[in-house]
Structure formats: structure tokens, C-alpha cells
Ligand binder design. Sequence first.
Ligand code: 3PY
Length: 250
Amino acid sequence: MRKKIIAGNWKMNKTPSEAKALVAEIKEKVAGATCDVVVCPTAICIPGVVEELKGSNVAVGAQNVHFKESGAYTGELAGNMLKEAGVTYVIIGHSERRQYFGETDETVNLRTKAALEAGLLPIVCVGESLTEREQGITDDTVRRQTKIAFLGISAEDAKKIVIAYEPVWAIGTGKTATAEQADEVCGIIRETIAGLYGKETAEAIRIQYGGSMNAKNAAELLAKPNIDGGLIGGASLKAEDFSVIVEAAK
Ligand code: 3PY
């Protein structure tokens, strides 16, 4: 039985004081959660959020990590820096990073390996664009993204990775994949992992759905056999909505 995991991707929202206030509310509301709960604020908000969440059941995630340990990479953050700051998880390869910041399948793989090396737990995002879905190549796309993301990663490390299936056409658009569509693609991702590592690893790995998951549609999505949680965008910025989603992840 896989433990569900609900992670809030705050994207570029909230100042440090707003972030602290939001997690103060969230931690009260999700104190009785039976799933893993994660919030992923912007890097500058991490220290305050970590401080506010001390002693709670809510873990902190970053939204990106660089693949080198240090050096001339202006604006980047290394895994050991995040780790020392109290970060547990890190989102890698979100479609917004692929779309606006030149992230590729190869850099996703490098970042995933660097995160594991630093002792962080990667949340690796995959998902097809609208054109890819319309052309009937959703399966090929998520298979390719998954296979490259996991290149050179041992089965033991693979089990630490959470995969987030986020159809690009459902991100920030208010459009959600139907529970059937989401479950089907999560199943294809699990099959891909089975092809790479065998059934045991595939059954152990957690696959989230992301893409306009909200307080209204979460229960239906989370009831599907291949969906082990959610990576939540806008709804994670409201403590009430986020806690309803956490509650649905039993
Ligand atoms: C969304 O729901 O919009 C997301 O991108 C979650 O990562």
C-alpha cells in the first residue's frame, strides 16, 4: 500500500511574511493528516517556512535544484544548500521550467541525480502538451520523459522519487484531466518504471496527478488506483482548499 503524498507548488507566489502566515494556518488544518504533506514555497521563503513548520507533520520542498554542487552558476541553488536549509523534497522539471527556462529531459535527469546525491527526495514532473495529446502521442511522450529522467539511477534510489504526471494543457488553465485520463497515463508511467526496474519498484513508486487539482475534484482523482497523490498549484495557496485535498488523500 503506497502512502499518498500531497504537495503544494506555490510557484512564484507569497512574500516571506505571507508564506509564514499561510503555513501557520496550513499546519493547524492538516495536523491529523494520514498522508505525506509538503509545501514548496519560493527559495527566499524557505527559511521562514521551515522555522514555522518545526515540529509539524508538514515537510518543505524547493521548486528547483541545480545539478552542480557549487560554482559559477549565477542565480542557482545547489542540493546541499537546500538540504542544510531544512528542505526535504524538490520539484524537478515542472512544465513551466521546461517551457520558460529551457529545462530538457537531460537536465531533468541531471537535477534528479544531484538531488538524490544531496539527500533530497525529487518530485519529477512529466506530461504531454495539448498538441502531443491531440496527435495521440501522450504515451510516447511520458515514456520518453520518464525513461530519460531515471537514466543512471539505481532501483533503490528510484523508489525515493515521486513522479508527478502533469498534462501541460491542464496547468494554470483550470482544465483538469478526467480521473480516467489521469489514471490511464499514471498507469503508463508505472508500466514504464516496471520496464526499467521491475514490478516491485513500480509498485513502490508514488505517482501524483497535477494540473488544476482542487478541493472539488481531488477526491475523485485520488480514488483512482494509479494516483498516489497530487501536486497542487493554485489551490495550495488557500489553507482551507489545501486541507480539503489533504483530507481527501486517505
Ligand atoms: C497546477 O496545478 O497548475 C500545477 O502546475 C501544479 O504543479
